[in-house]
Design a binder for this molecule. Structure first.
Ligand code: ATP
Length: 363
């Protein structure tokens, strides 16, 4: 059977375990020799016990767990050719020529670079006498498939990334908990949620929690947001509402691109309206806890589809990313999606917000 390995890289997200489980089980089912690579690219570079053969039973009882049970890491070594050469040798030694990379755009960029370099890495190892001809022949090509694990839903080409739905559940739970105390004390609560470049979590949360206003990295639509916020808060209280919720994304900015923070918003509310106002920063709670049913199924579907894509790959197949488009798992060209995602980040940095939103095609 074919040698296949799965690893998780970059920031963790809920549902990654479901994806790992599906990759292992689909791989075993189709007769592959399946490996875990622990600790992302670091484990690939270090080899040894980090690359471990997986069995059907190795992935029992992980679908409900948050994070990633095989570990994730950021790895400087893999950014250098010398590190990738070591990784190549470790994979060749195990007969691995198929990779499922679960991570964000950085991890997928690394995987694609590795794939492009593969034959030159093999040549170098062969010249140095570190691998033999027989294995070299068998590993002429490296096939890779990417799955996007990220709570931010900031990746172009997929409707949902693995982990976003669970993060939304976590945020909504927190807001519901805060709402009862806010209601009792007639407070205004300002909640900071994750999303440095993407307001998806903030916008969806705001809609689902009847928030008064939401601030996102894609800039506010008017200059007079502070006045409008105060007006709206007064209106709500006059209508008998006992609590108000304001959502601020981590990377929220104003029309000039200057940060809008939860503390700034609080200052405005307190100074102008003297309302009892509290700030809550949710932080890593959003990444924690068990994955939602949606993320378990999403991870499972994508993991299974990734293995199918690898099994069908031939000499001419390009790297793909498994995406969710209109509730269908589809294969899209990996580098095109990564490039578009990077172009969106660039456009945001250059304050071309409308263009960024258009390019992203979501939020
Ligand atoms: P997230 O941003 O959601 O945490 P990510 O996958 O984008 O996920 P990064 O920290 O950008 O996270 O990348 C994870 C790892 O992927 C890096 O530590 C590095 O080992 C590898 N990597 C990223 N970019 C490259 C690159 N251009 N070349 C080689 N390896 C890379």
């Amino acid at each position: 059977g074919k040698g296949l390995a799965v690893f998780t890289s970059g920031g963790d997200s809920q549902g990654m375990n479901a994806a790992v489980r599906a990759v292992v089980r689909m791989g075993v089912y189709l007769g592959c020799k399946v490996y875990f690579i622990h600790e992302g690219y670091q484990g690939m570079v270090d080899g040894g016990p980090h690359i471990e053969e997986a069995q059907w039973s190795s992935v029992s009882s992980i679908i409900h767990k948050g994070g990633t049970v095989i570990g994730s890491a950021r790895c400087m070594d893999f950014k250098e050719r010398a590190g990738r050469l070591k990784a190549c040798k470790n994979l060749v030694d195990c007969g691995i020529s198929n990779l499922v990379c679960i991570g964000g755009d950085g991890s997928l960029t690394g995987a694609n670079l590795f794939r492009e370099e593969w034959s030159s890495l093999l040549d170098e190892l062969l010249q140095k006498g570190e691998i033999d001809k027989e294995k070299h022949g068998k590993n002429q090509k490296l096939h890779i498939v990417g799955l996007v694990g990220s709570i931010d839903n900031d990746f172009c080409g997929t409707d949902m990334t693995i982990g976003t739905d669970s993060a939304l559940h976590r945020i909504i739970e927190a807001i519901d908990a805060i709402s009862s105390t806010a209601y009792s004390h007639r407070r205004t609560f300002i909640l900071e949620v994750m999303g440095r470049h993407c307001g998806y979590l903030a916008v969806v949360t705001a809609l689902a929690s009847e928030a008064t206003m939401v601030f996102i990295p894609e800039k506010p639509d008017r200059v007079d947001w502070a006045d409008r916020l105060c007006e709206k808060l007064i209106q709500e209280r006059n209508a008998g509402q006992r609590l108000s919720i304001i959502i601020v994304a981590e990377g929220a900015v104003d029309m000039e691109g200057k940060p809008i923070t939860a503390e700034m918003v609080k200052e405005i509310v307190v100074t102008n309206l003297q309302q009892d106002t509290r700030v809550t920063v949710l932080g890593h709670v959003q990444r924690g806890g068990n994955p939602s049913a949606f993320d378990r199924i999403l991870g499972s579907r994508m993991g299974a589809e990734a293995v199918m894509a690898l099994m069908e790959a031939d000499e001419n197949t390009d790297a793909c990313v498994i995406s969710l488009v209109g509730n269908q798992a589809v294969r899209l060209p990996l580098m095109e999606c990564v490039k578009r995602t990077k172009a969106v980040a660039q456009a945001m940095a250059e304050k071309r917000w409308d263009e960024a939103v258009e390019m992203r095609g979501k939020s």
